[in-house]
Design a protein around this ligand. Sequence first.
Ligand SMILES: Cc1cc2nc3c(=O)[nH]c(=O)nc-3n(C[C@H](O)[C@H](O)[C@H](O)COP(=O)(O)OP(=O)(O)OC[C@H]3O[C@@H](n4cnc5c(N)ncnc54)[C@H](O)[C@@H]3O)c2cc1C
Ligand SMILES: NC(=O)C1=CN([C@@H]2O[C@H](COP(=O)(O)OP(=O)(O)OC[C@H]3O[C@@H](n4cnc5c(N)ncnc54)[C@H](OP(=O)(O)O)[C@@H]3O)[C@@H](O)[C@H]2O)C=CC1
Ligand code: HEM
Ligand SMILES: [Fe+3]
Length: 469
Amino acid sequence: MEKTSTDVLPFTMNSSGKQETVCIFGTGDFGRSLSFKMLQCGYSIVFGSRNPRMSTLLPNGAEVLSYSEAAQKSDIIIVATHREHYDFLTELTEVLNGKILVDVSNNLKINQYSESNAEYLAQLVPGAHVVKAFNTISAWALQSGALDASRQVFVCGNDNKAKQRVMDIVRTLGLTPLDQGSLIAANEIENYPLQLFPMWRFPLYLSAGLCAFFFLYCVIREVIYPYVYGKQDETFRLAISIPNRVFPIAALTLLALVYLPGIIAAILQLYRGTKYRRFPDWLDQWMLCRKQLGLVALGFAFLHVLYTLVIPIRYYVRWRLRNKTITQVITNKDDQFSTSSAWLSDSYVALGILGFFLFVLLGITSLPSVSNMVNWREFRFVQSKLGYLTLILCTAHTLVYGGKKFLSPTILRWCLPSAYVLALIIPCTVLVIKFILIMPCIDKTLTRIRQGWERNSKTSSALNGKADI
Ligand SMILES: Cc1cc2nc3c(=O)[nH]c(=O)nc-3n(C[C@H](O)[C@H](O)[C@H](O)COP(=O)(O)OP(=O)(O)OC[C@H]3O[C@@H](n4cnc5c(N)ncnc54)[C@H](O)[C@@H]3O)c2cc1C
Ligand SMILES: NC(=O)C1=CN([C@@H]2O[C@H](COP(=O)(O)OP(=O)(O)OC[C@H]3O[C@@H](n4cnc5c(N)ncnc54)[C@H](OP(=O)(O)O)[C@@H]3O)[C@@H](O)[C@H]2O)C=CC1
Ligand code: HEM
Ligand SMILES: [Fe+3]
């Protein structure tokens, strides 16, 4: 096939065959980094600056002029200055008339101003076509080429032609433009780089709260209580014994909280008899951060395993073992081997190991490189079915660890049961309700609801039918 004349033109040439010139206002970090990249991609660059002569460190081949001279050289102007300094643009409204102004700016805080920076720019220079772009790309990444994580450039603007021209530039720089619509979207685009791990916030606050609560609980039971009643100094427990209760308890509770919203959703759907009514916001948010909750739980489980591995080398544990042996020698009594204790001890450790193995498997499948390789059904199978199996194994691990002493009154201190007894409440509740939900009669109704059946649609059509008669 023969190539047309436009096919053979490089992107950066305009229709008359000349290199396309782009003007950048501001010779700061971002303006400079963008100019390096654009020069590499074949654009010719003209800088607008307050002090054209003072500007150093600029790439070879870029011209530096005053703001108004530079603006006349191109019909696309990238405004690489901070919003606080935009007022100089009001003196240039005439030269900027009809030109494309690209707003790249970010603020320091979310919703710092009542209108977005791009809308503010459009108010300052009403005759220009303002397009928002590039604000999510950092100057450092542009220059060092480390753009793997952030190749996407969100673009928005009211003038379609202007937006297309900017998107062409984005593509030529090897980045991916994402059209976000009109300039109203600028507010959201500007808030985007200011967010700090939004999906992680709830899981992290929740785990900090859980850890603080259980830590205090254990300190009261295991440090303060022995001190008050026997003047014993048990503070060494703060280093390993108590963290090795708090971390597994946090892991188990968070794991249960990953599966609790699915159950609440099912109960709501059964109660309402339809899947077409929205869940309350808190439930929606909770559902959306289950992955993060699960990964935080996995982190705590890892800590528990590491702390458990060091138990045999602890001074306190070795001292107790030695002392027991010596006492047995002195009193000439030996401990009878108890098969049931051996079973209990081996089973709870085995359950922990199997639970941890599946837990890690869940974590691995949540890596994008792995989840992209499995289909939806396989992913659901691992996350939902194996996820529940993980919860069952970890709960059983804790239940068997509690063993016989579980509810005996001797373990109460100041009426407080052992911490793991509290930790079992949510997981056991989740498992019991899940067990009820998968009973055939309930499961059948739930499946019908999830396939689109509505309980009330029958009654309402019957009522309609009556009304017709
Ligand atoms: C280590 C670890 C890593 C994890 N990684 C991920 C991850 O990468 N990605 C991820 O998503 N989760 C992840 N999770 C969380 C969790 O495993 C999944 O969310 C899991 O799918 C939850 O299973 P579920 O059976 O409770 O709920 P679901 O599978 O969500 O739902 C149960 C049922 O409810 C129905 N349902 C769910 N939502 C709706 C709705 N809005 N409207 C109508 N019906 C609905 C479904 O059809 C399904 O039949 C992770 C958990 C852990 C512990
Ligand atoms: N740095 C980054 O990684 C990113 C920055 N941005 C945005 O790009 C814009 C520029 O950022 P950055 O380059 O880091 O900032 P700098 O402070 O490094 O540069 C800003 C430039 O603005 C010009 N300017 C115009 N008027 C004034 C004035 N009154 N006072 C001071 N400077 C003025 C100056 O250029 P001259 O001296 O030539 O006039 C100055 O170098 C900002 O809006 C920022 O939010 C967006 C994404 C990433
Ligand atoms: C390799 C895997 C695991 C091993 C070897 C293991 C081992 C142990 C041991 C030895 C104890 C007793 C600790 C003590 O005496 O202080 C224990 C307690 C406990 N484990 Fe595990 N465990 C594993 C995985 C898990 C996992 C994945 C969870 C849950 C998510 C978990 C939850 C708990 C809980 C809640 C306790 C009770 C904590 C307490 O109050 O003392 N364990 N585990
Ligand atoms: Fe500045």
